[in-house]
Design a protein around this ligand. Structure first.
Ligand code: KG4
Ligand code: ZN
Length: 395
């Protein structure tokens, strides 16, 4: 089976093609990556200090068709098939009447995309339905629906957070074209999902069988990284910037003179709160500004202390949740899982517990469509209880 994955939940327009063989029932399900493309809009949003939803929507509308043309070029010749036997223009018109006014850019591109008249040998489209920025999500969903109608193939809605879970099970750095089984996950597993919009601990009793054990009551951890960066005058997305300065601080032994809080670390549950941490950074910045001390060294010190606070909180909640469900394996997913300091901390903890840790390779830790296509493999056979969408907030 060949699956096209589509991801437009935030500021990455992404498409992926995978091929699968075998089945879940017979235990021999394997997949291989045909291609995975990501067009990041981060630079465009940087001017706004965060993701600007209507800009994201417009950019997705412009990006999807060129990306699709490119990725279809990666399909083997045997996978390029018939020509549409009905009017392409009429089908587009039907959709235009319905959703065209909200997706102007997408329709403008689609009208001229002659290549859409060649039906590719794709068996299924998997598209992110949420959670994410609603206007951005709709572009991908409408795109998927139109392709599904044109090419007469089913469209499967995928939960973005489930995508982050399943993406962690891919063999790290498996080259394109190599058949692989997803890594076996001893159950119950515990996933810590840390992204720009979410921070949650999820018990996994099987693919599609999830229970949220705890989550943030306010800001997500990635959001706290991004806001801290903004307070320090660092560009969006702030996570990698804060992490870079924190590493430099540790390497040069630079330490902030004040200690930042570890919010809710001893709250007794596995919920999180990061907005107080961001406010503490704000106060530290203000105090330093008053005395003229907000120099590069001080900024590095803040980043280090901030990152260590986040690590302490995440690690302590992870341990608590591991104990409470007797977890037999751990998954870390979401954009913040690219953070090297946090990765090391999670490695130490899981080693101590003697259980396997699954993290996405760093290049697919951020939003991508590969994880969405992979999740699409499971959705005939599994009754899915989708992870609950936790709103659409992202900066
Ligand atoms: O999963 P993701 O790509 O998008 C959402 O689903 O939200 O996560 C994006 C978040 C951003 O907040 C970004 O600053 C953060 O991941 N991030 C990092 C790092 N790389 C990306 N945070 C900390 N350290 C990093 N190295
Ligand atoms: Zn994400």
């Amino acid at each position: 089976m060949t699956i096209l994955g589509i991801e437009t939940s935030c500021d990455e327009t992404a498409l992926a093609l995978i091929e699968t063989k075998g089945s879940i029932e017979s235990g021999d399900l394997e997949c291989r990556i045909i291609d995975s493309l990501i067009n990041s809009q981060a630079e465009l949003h940087s001017a706004y200090g965060g993701v600007y939803p209507s800009l994201a929507k417009r950019e997705h509308g412009k990006n999807l068709i060129p990306l699709l043309e490119k990725i279809l070029g990666a399909l083997p010749a045997s996978k390029k098939e018939a020509i549409l036997d009905f009017s392409f223009a009429d089908t587009l018109d039907t959709f235009r009447a319905d959703v065209g006014s909200q997706n102007k850019e997408l329709f403008e591109c689609m009208e001229h995309a002659e290549f859409l008249k060649n039906i590719p040998a794709i068996d299924r489209i998997a598209v992110t339905e949420g959670p994410g920025l609603e206007p951005a999500l709709w572009v991908g969903i409408n795109f998927a629906k139109i392709l599904g109608t044109l090419w007469n193939i089913p469209v499967i809605p995928i939960n973005h957070m489930e995508g982050h879970i399943i993406g962690s099970l891919l063999e790290s750095d498996a080259p394109k074209g190599k058949w692989q089984k997803l890594k076996g996950l001893p159950l119950p597993a515990l996933a810590l999902l840390i992204s720009g919009g979410h921070t949650e601990l999820v018990k996994i009793d099987g693919i599609g069988n999830y229970t949220i054990l705890g989550q943030t009551k306010d800001d997500a951890v990635g959001e706290a990284f991004d806001k801290t960066a903004r307070l320090l005058g660092l560009p969006y997305p702030g996570g990698p910037q804060v992490s870079k300065l924190a590493t430099e601080a540790r390497d040069s032994n630079i330490q902030l003179h004040v200690k930042l809080p570890r919010p809710m670390m001893n709250s007794g549950d596995v919920d999180f709160s990061f907005s107080g941490l961001k406010t503490a950074v704000l106060y530290a910045v203000r105090d330093l500004e008053k005395t003229g001390g907000l120099n590069e060294l001080a900024k590095k010190g803040i980043c280090r202390e901030f990152e260590e606070s986040v690590a302490d909180v995440l690690d302590s909640k992870l341990r608590k949740a591991m104990d409470s469900i007797q977890a037999r394996s751990i998954i870390i997913g979401g954009g913040v899982s690219a953070n090297v300091f946090l990765r090391q901390r999670f490695e130490t903890t899981t080693k101590e517990y003697g259980i396997p840790l699954f993290m996405p390779s760093r290049h697919i830790s951020g939003d991508n469509a590969l994880m969405i296509a992979l999740a699409g493999m499971f959705h005939d056979d599994v009754v899915t209880k989708p992870l609950k969408a936790q709103g659409t907030k992202r900066l």
